[in-house]
Design a protein around this ligand. Structure first.
Ligand code: ADP
Ligand code: MG
Length: 236
């Protein structure tokens, strides 16, 4: 077993004026490379907060988060940015594409940060867009595409740097049932193919059925952890 993400005694308290909001309390978790995890819970349970902590987008109030060999809660902003560029891809509910850029330019962004030259960026972006079924939409802007197509572009962007870890926060939250299934098939098959660790946040039990392991979050705590044993290659 190779553990890629480890969370120890993590809590997160938000301060709003005099009020303290406990978003997460005493979370302990470990995740293996190449597996698919789902953080499942109702709205306000703390799922996004946990994902943001794992991705280094926010700092825990207490506890430790190790990803690969880095204690990410200790990294400085610029080190974190670099770490994310090298290791993490992120898919958002609302796609977060840049409206003025074409599909190909949006997908290329992570490679721009890595200093990859234009020609190679374009080649990789086009090839990935073909892989997500958008070979005929390379020059389209986000407003010229459906929600499902925009989410495919954002998936291509998350995968283009071949990061070891993919995080997705309610990736199908704005999509209809059929498109949600297609998007889930796409994310899970791409992650499997590249042996990437996938962590998806959702409130939707249907989505959680795709996961190897489901982590139930309730009121900022882990309620239970359930393995989908019928899945091929399930966790031992
Ligand atoms: P979920 O993603 O499960 O819907 P969140 O992680 O977004 O839940 O939120 C968990 C709790 O933390 C909620 O009560 C929410 O209101 C609170 N919260 C989240 N982000 C902030 C913030 N930036 N400032 C204050 N409270 C927050
Ligand atoms: Mg959320």
């Amino acid at each position: 077993m190779s553990c890629i993400i480890e969370v120890k005694n993590v809590s997160k308290i938000y301060r709003m004026g005099d009020e303290k909001i406990s978003a997460l309390s005493n979370i302990n978790l470990s995740m293996e490379k190449g597996k698919f995890y789902c953080l499942l819970g109702t709205s306000g349970s703390g799922k996004s907060t946990l994902l943001h902590l794992l991705a280094g987008l926010e700092k825990p109030s207490k506890g430790e988060i190790r990803i690969k060999n880095a204690m990410i809660h200790k990294l400085k902003e610029n080190q974190l940015a670099k770490f994310r560029q090298m290791n993490i891809g992120f898919v958002f509910q609302s796609y977060n594409l840049l409206p003025m850029l074409t599909a190909m330019e949006n997908v290329s962004i992570p490679l721009t940060f890595k200093g990859v030259n234009r020609k190679l960026r374009d080649k990789k972006a086009a090839s990935l867009l073909r892989a997500v079924g958008l070979g005929d939409r390379l020059k389209h802007k986000p407003s010229q595409m459906s929600g499902g197509q925009q989410q495919r572009v954002s998936i291509a962007r998350a995968f283009i740097g071949n990061p070891e870890i993919i995080f997705a926060d309610e990736p199908t939250g704005n999509l209809d049932t059929k498109t949600s299934q297609e998007v889930m098939e796409l994310i899970t098959s791409m992650a499997k193919e590249n042996n990437q660790t996938l962590v998806i946040v959702t409130h939707d039990v249907e989505i959680s059925k795709y996961a190897d392991r489901v982590i139930y979050i309730r009121d900022g705590s882990i309620e239970k952890i359930v393995d989908n044993l019928e899945k091929e290659g399930a966790l031992s």
